[in-house]
Structures are given as C-alpha cells and as structure tokens.
Ligand binder design. Sequence first.
Ligand code: SF4
Length: 247
Amino acid sequence: MNYGFKPLVEAAIKNDKQVIVRSNLTIYFVDGFSDIPEYFAKHKVRVVASLPCYLADNVDKMRGNGVFDASVKALQWLNQLGYGKAGDLILDLVYNPQLPTSENFALTPNQVNLEQDYKKFLQDNFDVVFNNLFAITNLPVGRTKFYLERTKLYQPYLHFLESNFNPVTVENLMCRDQLSIDYLGNVYDCDFNQMMNIPATTRSGETITVAKLLEAGNLNLIGEVQTANYCYGCTAGSGSSCGGSLL
Ligand code: SF4
C-alpha cells in the first residue's frame, strides 16, 4: 500500500537484485490493488505469503473470517499466472504456529514434513501448488509479546524457548548475513530488532545508517549483533528465520 513500493521493486530489479515480497494475499481483492499479481509476474518477483495453516478453521480463527477462502483464491490466481509452476516464478508459503493458550508449548513442527502435508492438502482440495514452506517460530515481540503478557504466558514461553536452545542453529542465524533497514535508512541486525527499536551499532555504540555504510564501503562498522531474550526464539529446536527452519 506504500506509494514507494513499485519504484523500490523496479529500482532493485534494474540493479540486478532478486526481489522477494512478503505479500498479503487478501489485498489482491481490495479496490486499487487487483493489478498486484500481474505486476509480480511481470517483474518475476518472488512471492512469500503467509498461510498459517492449511485448514480453514485455524486460519480464520487466527486471521479473521473469510481469510482462508480469499487466500486460496489468491493462490489459485498466482498459479494461473505461472507461480509455483514456472521455474522463474517462485511462490513460497509461511507457516506460523497458533499462539499458545496454556503452558503446553510445542516447538515449531518439522518443516520438511509439514511442507509435504501442505502440498498434498492444497493440491488435492484446491489444485494449489507452491514451491517452499517456511515454518517460522512465534518470537515474543510486538503483538505476540502483548498477547503472552496478557495471558501470563510471557515468562513461561521465554523459559520454554531457552530450555530448547540448540547451539547448532547459531551458525545459520539470519542476523549473521542479513540486515534490516527502516525507511529512514537506519540499520538493524534483523527485523525483530527493528520492531523492538534496537539498532545496529559500532563498537563504540554509535548507531549506523545506510549512508554511513556506503561511506565506509563495507560492513565492518557493525561491532557485534545486538541480542535480546527473544533471540531464543531463533535458536530453539530446528531454529527459525525469515526463510524458515535453520537446520
Ligand atoms: S532475534 Fe536475535 S537471533 Fe534472531 S535474528 Fe534477530 S538478533 Fe539474530
């Protein structure tokens, strides 16, 4: 919905960058946005779309009534344009676990098995195909944190994540080779730190902007990754990142 969206996509493509858009599926049915699927296909944008479950009831409970049906229609539309079928039109889906309602927490399910279940169910029932499923853990930040605090599950959930710390995930954490940039050009180690307003800093604690990185010509300005208690969400079990499981 941002007026700068299309210019940003086109500038990135002009500079030979791969463009990945984390896309809301239901927006394609809102007045003024029905050209988006064709626009994506024309520019070969890789689409990553949230579908927190392949069962209608669960999705509607999490996202609102009618969201599942609209999402399936949107996926069928993308398939008609070649998404999930043609090699250069990639369509990925994102699974998020439901928010816990008690202290019976569970780790994010195995991504490979879950992807097979999604593929079979969506193909058999709706003739929908897609490329990859990313299983992403709910990190206790933003609205999830508010929810957990309200239900008195915040501390127990943090403890659960910490007790499932898996050191093997650390090498693959997304903050080790990706950055998040806000619209003012401020740099963060990841989008969670951006959400929590914890900027990337130099060794002396100075905040970093894109302009400073460009001036330096490298990334060595960044001292070390800023960590917080929610980092245990990225390192629990098989790990989690914007590309799903880390293992
Ligand atoms: S939340 Fe922590 S571990 Fe996860 S990507 Fe951000 S800095 Fe890295």
